[in-house]
Design a protein around this ligand. Structure first.
Ligand code: AMP
Ligand code: MG
Length: 421
């Protein structure tokens, strides 16, 4: 982490809070993200979705023994002739049941995939290339010494790093760790994330709405996105636009969590008293990001906690979470490297309206056309309050700063919504 304070960094020459490019805001935030310090040792299965806090070293050679990659016969390469070779079959080596003896000149051993290659043998002839009479085996010409043999330690040498610290544990890692005979690993402790919604108009589910009121949906999308990342969530409910109540909520959130996320209250008009408040409680920068949706965004520290002030509009909350908060949380969780969610191109099947000078994250539906190529179309109405546009979507269509209107048939950048951790 840089020793730079947020205030110092925000005074850098090329910093314009009123027109902050997406990539620059991301890079700014990344300067301040260190992994949490607490770690714990857990049984392998409990590590699923957590981040490794130490390298996992292999205590054994993988594979542990020289073994066969094929069903066939284990032979001595020196015995193989240019023409057909005939060898005496003296035994068998099955996976888990090795042949105890030694293969001498003119001899071979029946072997199955995974079976230990017996002493004396160095080559496996696949069964399709040989014929057995029970006692003797006739081997077709064209074999190569050393073929179809997996050497001990070929995948991993004992003592070498099987998985690096910072790796997120997925099902493949669970299996890999188990394959080493390792029963426990060190992981970073779960991240505690507190969140609340701000707004006098917001009501929680289960209460009746008066005129002008709406149900709070942001606490539900945030809950879902945070749970999917494996965070411990602290839902602090709705806080009215009242400086005293907000101050109390911020203090409580920062005292109890590593990260505080709010929605609403950072747009023009509302930001002023929130700015004063957060200036008192910590160090926060307020941006207008050159993007749509999700223009207002605040980032900083409140006490020791990281703070993300997301816009109020429900789609903006999700877009800013995926574009800024997700990677940041993974970094604080200890993940390293944190790869941005990959993007790829697809043909856009409709015309898209787009003004240059900002990045748009339209909600899209990606399908495979009859010709096998990928096609994408927007979900329909793209208003930042229309949560259905997120629900109908399976991807973002990302239209970069320089892009203007998109004509049908043009290749556009696409980012999948599913499969993100
Ligand atoms: P704000 O950023 O507070 O000005 O809010 C922008 C828009 O988002 C307004 O129409 C709010 O009513 C709406 N909004 C803010 N918070 C929420 C929420 N938690 N759930 C649903 N809509 C919200
Ligand atoms: Mg508001």
């Amino acid at each position: 982490m840089s020793t730079l304070t947020i205030a110092q960094a925000s005074c850098a020459d090329d910093y314009d809070p009123n027109s902050m490019p997406v990539a620059k805001a991301r890079a700014f935030i990344h300067q301040f993200l260190d992994p949490v310090t607490g770690t714990l040792r857990v049984p392998v299965r409990s590590a699923l979705g957590r981040v490794l806090a130490e390298d996992v070293l292999s205590p054994v050679d993988v594979p542990a023994h020289r073994n066969s990659a094929m069903d066939g016969w284990a032979v001595r390469g020196a015995d193989l002739k240019d023409g057909e070779t005939e060898l005496a079959e003296i035994g068998a080596s099955f996976a888990g049941r090795p042949f105890g003896g030694k293969v001498g000149a003119g001899q071979c051993v029946r072997i199955m995939t995974g079976g230990v290659v017996p002493e004396g043998a160095d080559t496996v002839v696949m069964q399709e290339r040989a014929r057995s009479s029970g006692k003797s085996v006739r081997i077709a010409p064209g074999q190569k010494t050393g073929q179809n043999v997996r050497e001990a330690g070929e995948d991993l040498k004992a003592g070498s790093v099987a998985l690096r610290k910072g790796r997120i544990v997925r099902p493949a890692e669970l299996g890999l760790i188990a394959s080493l005979g390792v029963g426990e690993v060190a992981v970073y402790r779960p991240l505690r994330v507190a969140f609340f919604s701000t707004g006098d108009e917001l009501k929680s589910v289960g209460t009746a709405l008066a005129e002008g009121e709406i149900y709070d949906s942001n606490r539900y999308t945030l809950y879902g996105m945070l749970e999917r990342l494996g965070c411990e969530v602290l839902d602090m409910g709705v806080v009215r636009d009242d400086p005293k109540l907000l101050e109390r909520a911020f203090r409580e959130a920062a005292a109890n969590a590593d990260v505080v996320i709010t929605s609403g209250g950072v747009s023009v008009g509302e930001a002023d008293f929130v700015k004063d408040l957060l200036g008192k409680l910590g160090e926060v920068v307020f941006w207008k990001i050159a993007m749509k949706p999700g223009r207002p965004l605040a980032y900083g520290k409140v006490g020791a906690a990281h703070f993300f002030g997301l816009p109020g509009n429900p789609v903006s909350v999700m877009v800013t979470f995926y574009q800024f908060v997700r990677d940041a949380l993974l970094m604080v969780m200890g993940a390293n490297p944190v790869e941005p969610v990959p993007t790829f191109t697809a043909r856009c099947s409709t015309r898209l309206k787009k003004a240059p000078g900002r990045t748009e994250f339209q909600r899209g539906i990606l399908t495979r056309g009859a010709d096998g190529s990928l096609a994408v179309r927007p979900t329909g109405e793209q208003g930042s309050g229309i949560l259905k546009s997120m629900s109908d979507a399976n991807c973002f269509i990302i239209l970069g700063d320089d892009t203007g209107n998109v004509e049908p048939g043009t290749a556009v950048e696409v980012q999948l919504l599913e499969g993100v951790v």
